[in-house]
Ligand binder design. Sequence first.
Ligand SMILES: [Zn+2]
Length: 269
Amino acid sequence: MPELPEVETTVRAINKFKSKTLKKVVIHNRNLRWKVDNEVISKTQNKKIKEINRRAKYILIHFNLSTLVIHLGMSGKLRIQNVSDNYFKKHDHAEFIFENEKIIFNDIRRFGSIHLMDKYEEHKLIKYLGVEPLSESFNQKYLFDLCKSSNLQIKKLLMEQTKVVGIGNIYASESLFLAKVRPTKISKKITNAEADKIVKSVKEVLKNAISVGGTTLKDFYSADGNPGYFTLELNVYGRENQECNLCKNLIQKVVLGQRATFFCSKCQN
Ligand SMILES: [Zn+2]
């Protein structure tokens, strides 16, 4: 599943379309997670793009009066192709056509979505999202204040999208390993120093993943490329019963909120 670093890399790959005019949108299959509204086609024709960025895992393509909001769901990908290239792949559901190139939305499982929003900040999908983990708003004080009043285990708290966005299951386990905090620790018991370490670790893990993503940018141009699905060096995730990279103790697995969670009981308290 594309996580925040993959989405950030996708945004960087398509950022070259900023200031370009979207000639038209062609939808081959409207039946994504939500049915694609006709406005996506009718109201974007010949509109100039002002800005391209993201909020959480939503890719935002801004026009003067509205914003195209694309979510990659479980298996969505964008790729860039010349307009003159007429090849298609199975599961190409939408094309965003510019003068020389086009962006193609491909999604095998169709959990992705495409919306056109007038005021995206006020849309129900966006409005309740928590702070961005790479922004200054996600800091030691913010996390410590959240923890103080929470009986949730810290990993669950980190994955609450209304508190902080985009820390997926893998990144939560990896960040807590770096911070040396056990994922099952009750948030209330997190100290100031631990909150500080967790914040720094989350940012480090996400930034590392984004920099790995930077090396895959060229893949956005090849039909068989696999943009945005990064192979990361993982310390704990998926490594049950394997030796910890730091202390050789065996990595343990527990299930928290139905999500597989990995940690080293020696390194993480
Ligand atoms: Zn260890």
